[in-house]
Design a binder for this molecule. Structure first.
Ligand SMILES: Nc1ncnc2c1ncn2[C@@H]1O[C@H](COP(=O)(O)OP(=O)(O)OP(=O)(O)O)[C@@H](O)[C@H]1O
Ligand SMILES: [Mg+2]
Length: 157
């Protein structure tokens, strides 16, 4: 897919769920799950979702909802030690990365052959995406989750 088409897709994903809002408030893990599930309904092959937010913000909860949204029924846990889990059987294959332990500027990602997954025709969802540094593709859609009091604010960039 060329970059103009990619940009058009990103725009479509943004407008469909977030409409003209820049952010959505989540008051519970169930809210975050549902927001992610709905967001995933618009996911298409090749999409890369960069999840950012501090420890315990709700990135994995978002990943769980997202996985359900692409039709995966199994268990979703953080792939902290393995860097990535693959969930197959849904509408799209989901590659769930967690780069928390990546402190070497991306070498570990190269070690698992990340490009094969970024461009495999599935969807990638990356927790701690900022740790991928320059390896993060330009067309990635950033979803940021921030704690605000007891709630979370989920925004898209
Ligand atoms: N609105 C909310 N959305 C998501 N999680 C929430 C919310 N309110 C409370 N929580 C709680 O916050 C925690 C979020 O944990 P989660 O593992 O998803 O965070 P994370 O961002 O993946 O953390 P890590 O950086 O350690 O991977 C859970 O215990 C969840 O129950
Ligand atoms: Mg997590």
């Amino acid at each position: 897919m060329n970059s103009i088409l990619k940009r058009a897709r990103v725009k479509k994903m943004k407008t469909k769920l977030f409409d003209h809002l820049k952010s959505i408030k989540s008051r519970s893990p169930e809210d975050t799950f549902r927001i992610a599930e709905e967001f995933a309904a618009n996911a298409a092959p090749g999409d890369i979702i960069a999840l950012t937010g501090e420890l315990g913000a709700g990135k994995t909860v978002f990943a769980q909802g997202f996985a359900r949204g692409v039709g995966y029924e199994g268990r979703v846990t953080s792939p902290t030690f393995t860097l990535m889990n693959i969930y197959e059987g849904g509408r799209l294959t989901l590659y769930h990365f967690d780069l928390y332990r990546l402190t070497d500027g991306g070498e570990g990602l190269e070690g698992i052959g990340y490009e094969d997954f970024f461009y495999a025709g599935g969807v990638c969802l990356i927790e701690w995406a900022e740790r991928a540094g320059e390896l993060l593709p330009e067309n990635a859609v950033e979803i940021r989750i921030e704690r605000v009091d007891d709630a979370r604010v989920i925004s898209i960039k």
